[in-house]
Ligand binder design. Structure first.
Ligand code: OOG
Length: 251
């Protein structure tokens, strides 16, 4: 049996101090891992943070292959981790941060079930985004339950200007740049084969965890390309065809 409160406290402290921790020695399953994540977030919200939304991980083959993991996972996104588009972001408190380009959806209605996610007003808008991930485990190595417990490595995120949501535009080119150099190109079609499925997938996972998605929340739909290490001074930019771009500079 995993100590749910104990592991949540260890991961919370690792995130706050920037000191990585070893993976838990015990075996545990995905259901317990989501309980750890829930407790970890409860600790953060008790400290005055709020949720700005949810995220999916391992929605693209590129990411699954990079991390050796095979299932889609979901995490919760704290409001305090937002990076303003075009700004400087302090990355000194992270352990071994990486960045990846994402499609971000603005949730348009309360979503408590997969049926809600299929409603025409489920998505209110869409934007290009960048997620900073930072595993709290040593060497960025983990099992599937470990990364779920660690809130899917969520560390920070930036969202570009919101655009009207056009469901027919689902297979869009993605360009990911660091310091003006293209490091990855991809397609939003790499996200679950069709990023429109992200809202359904997150509704399924959230409902299972007893979490209702609120209008005005964001959904980070998962990276369309593998992640890149983020170093101080780096200028990171993601551009998605028809959706515009988002950027920040790490300091
Ligand atoms: C887990 C987070 C993965 C994505 O977009 O696939 C993720 C990790 O790779 O550490 O956010």
């Amino acid at each position: 049996m995993i100590d749910i409160h104990g592991l949540a406290a260890v991961l919370d402290e690792a995130a706050r101090t920037g000191r990585p921790v070893p993976r838990p020695e015990q075996d545990y399953g995905v259901a317990d891992a989501y309980r750890v994540q829930e407790e970890l977030i409860r600790l953060r919200l008790a400290g005055g943070d709020r949720l700005s939304g949810v995220k999916l991980g391992f929605t693209s083959e590129g990411k699954r292959r990079q991390m050796g993991v095979h299932d889609v996972i979901f995490g919760r996104v704290p409001e305090s981790t937002a990076i303003l588009d075009g700004s400087h972001a302090d990355i000194s408190r992270y352990i071994h941060p990486r960045v990846e380009p994402e499609v971000v959806y603005l949730i348009g209605r309360r979503i408590a079930s997969v049926a809600d996610a299929l409603a025409p007003d489920a998505v209110a808008a869409v934007a290009a985004g960048i997620e900073v991930i930072d595993s709290r485990y040593e060497d960025f190595r983990f099992s599937l339950p470990d990364v779920i417990a660690d809130n899917t490595s969520a560390a920070a995120y930036a969202v570009g200007p919101w655009q009207p949501y056009d469901p027919s535009r689902w297979n869009l080119g993605v360009v990911f740049e660091i310091d003006g150099r293209v490091v990855h190109t991809g397609s939003t079609g790499a996200i679950l084969g069709d990023p429109r499925r992200a809202i359904v997938e997150v509704a399924r996972l959230a409902a299972r965890a007893g979490l209702v998605l609120e209008p005005g929340w964001i959904l980070l739909a998962g990276a369309a390309t593998p992640a890149e290490p983020l170093a101080p001074g780096a200028r990171v930019r993601a551009e998605i065809q028809h959706l515009g771009s988002v950027s920040f500079t790490a300091s």
